[in-house]
Design a binder for this molecule. Structure first.
Ligand code: NI
Length: 387
């Protein structure tokens, strides 16, 4: 239970760091100050690290005895959100805000670094600490993996502070936990004309509208009703004037699902509908499908281990069951390289005003949860390596 005691001891250290990161948020790929501070703290602790993927950092803590390697991951980037919280540690970077809790993730992993470094004589194996950039753009994990951060890693563990979960609770069940998040763009080509003479043109607005509607049949008619999936069109741009038949339209949207098989089928299903719908209106359409993040699926053994770790640290009542979420998380990219799990650590506390959703301008966390997350990071690594 030593990591729990140490997490208590370093509680203020982690809270202060989190507030500092909160005050100086940086957008994706721009985490220069944040990663600089991470390196500074690691240097103070005497922990060696490598810079990778631009602003990314990978630190290495070697235990006294040889053994397996476990990677712990935190993300460092903030969002283009204008903070509306009135707190002393409010964002000083106008228009950028840590509205997803990544400030807490980075601070907790530094807290865990302190704990693991102090306990390294009792550790059998190696802990890698991954501080990644650009999670919000679903690019950072890919870049870190390409730079080699997962080479030789046997297990990976991540944490997301979670606003839908009460403080003191941790959810880390097995199976799909977060959805895949891919992007698409559709270009419709018609033929312009006078609004009063539609038969002389090929209407891109009508074609595009029909495509939006027909795409919904993928979820309602083509995918099993037992499989959650989403096709959302968020952008539809077309037209120049009320009485002109539009010759072009552009649609943009996202797909979500929890099954790698369905994810693979999406581009083909969409392509078929888009092409045929366009053809039925005498128009042409093209699909550009961009892969974002795979679904995040917790390994059974990793999930069971994490549940035991939580119970050991905070008792069986701390383990909570939570429905999976349709948001995406590029932690999934690490899970393609090694088994592992992501845990949701509850930060919701109505009394402290931390009850707004992620990405909201008043998003905040119950900072007591930082101690939970810090201990969980460290203890999970120890439990995996020493088991
Ligand atoms: Ni996030």
């Amino acid at each position: 239970m030593k990591s729990g005691n140490l997490a208590k001891q370093y509680k203020d250290y982690v809270i202060n760091l989190r507030r500092e990161f909160h005050m100086h948020p940086e957008a994706s790929w721009d985490e220069v100050r944040t990663s600089g501070r991470v390196k500074e703290e690691l240097t103070k602790m005497g922990i060696p690290f490598k810079e990778m993927a631009n602003t990314g950092v990978m630190a290495i803590i070697k235990g006294k005895n040889e053994g397996k390697t476990v990677a712990l991951r935190a993300d460092m980037d903030a969002l283009q959100v204008k903070e509306q919280n009135e707190v002393p540690y409010c964002s000083k970077n106008e228009g950028i805000m840590h509205a997803c809790g990544h400030d807490g993730h980075t601070a907790m992993l530094l807290g865990a670094a302190k704990i693991l470094n102090e306990m390294k004589d009792n550790i059998k194996g190696t802990v890698r600490l991954i501080f990644q950039p650009a999670e919000e753009m679903a690019q950072g994990a890919n870049a870190m993996v390409e730079a080699g951060c997962m080479d030789g890693v046997d297990e990976v563990f991540g944490i997301h502070l979670w606003s839908d979960l009460e403080h003191g609770k941790v959810s880390v069940e097995a199976g799909p936990r977060m959805a895949s998040a891919d992007m698409f763009k559709i270009k419709v080509k018609g033929k312009g004309g006078h609004g009063s003479l539609p038969h002389q043109g090929i209407d891109a607005v009508v074609t595009a509208s029909s495509i939006v509607m027909d795409l919904q049949s993928i979820v309602s008619r083509e995918i099993s009703p037992l499989e959650p999936a989403v096709v959302s069109v968020g952008v539809l741009k077309s037209g120049t004037r009320f009485n002109v038949i539009s010759s072009e339209a552009v649609l943009e949207g996202t797909t979500r699902c929890f099954s790698p098989e369905i994810r693979k089928r999406f581009p083909k299903m969409m392509e078929r509908i888009i092409k045929n719908t366009a053809e039925s209106y005498r128009a042409e359409a093209e699909l550009e499908y961009t892969l974002g993040t795979p679904p995040t699926i917790n390994e059974v053994a990793s999930s069971n281990r994490a549940i035991k770790t939580v119970e050991k640290l905070y008792g069986p009542d701390a383990v909570s069951l939570m429905e999976k979420v349709t948001g995406g998380e590029d932690f999934a990219v690490y899970l393609e390289k090694a088994p592992g799990a992501i845990a949701f650590v509850g930060v919701r506390n109505e009394e402290k005003g931390s009850c707004y959703p992620h990405h909201h301008e008043r998003f905040n966390i119950d900072e007591d949860a930082l101690e939970t997350g810090t201990a969980l990071y460290a203890q999970y690594a120890i439990d995996f390596l020493n088991d």
